[in-house]
Design a protein around this ligand. Sequence first.
Ligand SMILES: [Fe+2]
Length: 546
Amino acid sequence: MTQLPTEFPDFGLTPEQRREAVRGHYYEWPGMDGSSGEIWCYSDRFSYRPRETVTLHVSSTAPQFSIAIIRDGATETQVFEKTGLSARWQDTPDQCSVEGCGWEASFEFRIGDDWPSGAYRITLSADGRDGMPIHSHHLFIVAPLPGRKPGRLLQVAATGTWLAYNTWGGSNHYQGITGPKRDQYATMVSTQRPWCRGFVVLPEDAPRVPLEVAVPPKTVPRYPHMEWAFATGHSKKYASSGWASYDSHFFRFAERAGYAVDLASQTELHFSPEILDGYDCVVFVGHDEYWTWEMRDAVDTYVTRGGHAARFAGNFMWQTRLEDQGRRQVCYKYKARAEDPAYRGGDVRRATNSWEAPEIGRPGSATFGLNATQGVYAGWGGCAPRGVRGFPVYRPEHWAFAGTGIYYGDLLGADSHVYGYEVDGLDFEIRGGLPYPTAQSGAPDGLQVLAVGMASQVEESADIPIEDQFLTDEDGRFTAETLFGEASDANLDKVKRGNGMIVNFPRGKGEVFHAGSCEWVAGLLRQDAMVERVTKNVLDRYLGKS
Ligand SMILES: [Fe+2]
């Protein structure tokens, strides 16, 4: 195991800039690059099927631009390029993150019959005002045509989470410029805007959220990913979500390992659930936090009928609703009970609150076996910064660990740091040295706990002043109120100690495997042999290969 440094990386920021990098609200907006000029692009949808038409909406300070499109898989394959396209600067409404940019269409093209399903990166290039080249990136998904797909995997990209974290235009489900003081997060976000910088493509040295630092005692937490974002002009949320930080690592691994893998967005999961029916195995990865009721119905029905769901992802937290044919995502989150119309004469089960809110009656565990409110932070801030970096394994004899050489008490994926930065868990107890879900946990019948690590809902340290805390106890207080009706100290104490698990359970004729950590993909990115082996064991079994 390589020795971790004991100091945080330095990206050349002053202490004030470092504070701004973490506490500030900075985002992409039209005009931000001033005299250099800009080119921005979004497409009318997240995903298309072969032979469908893609409409690009472009706003550029240059009158002409070119595009190149590559398929971003195990290898990069160029499928299209065109130069001499016309563009103009288009007006953008102040609340574009919420309402959409409303730009006129600039260019259309058809998805070729021979474009395999996957993620396609568009690079747009033009001349800046100062003669230097300007670029931007966009991404769209080619989803598969319907039909039986024996031996193929379907990966569903966490596009609801990408949308929730997209900083472009100033507002997302975390921070924003909505409300009278322009300081509120947006409860509605539009797909009709570009992706923020770092969601589509990233340099290899971009830090991930979990700390690669052996933190000395009493150290005030720092956030290398946000410092790097601030220093290099990337989105504040580049490491929290997006194709580049998460979904791409599974997709490339799977193709490299010889799997035939198709890609869909959560839009298909919501509007065309039959897309799952052709597959023996459907995969969800990365930071996968925002789902609709309909998406869960799709997975539950698929598994009950005999499908296999493999989730290598964390933070199954919020119910969303889609509006305007999927172009708008609604999630009131912390304000749901006060503001979501679902609480005022609507169907309260569809409230855009935590899945574990009792009025919704559909804890996340009912679909994937684990709950976000029983999990959450590990490996960053003041939340287990020196905690386990891999999953502590309790049932090494389980089929998922065959051939890994792992033993009881070993850590799975510690070298590649797969455990963090948000994890999903269950209330559990240890009997005879083995973990079991408690009767109140909400675990589905027959669920086996294979691995458990600790996590924290609350950043707490007697050594760190409150003004130096970023995560604080806000999320813990919210969970306490959501589950128990009041954000009291007593209720906070009930929820603040979380965990992250690997679990496996049958449902109907099918089965679910769930490694509940956002960072599982880090093991695939860093080619951790043990993590790759477990991943293959799950995929091979679910594809009927073993
Ligand atoms: Fe999250």
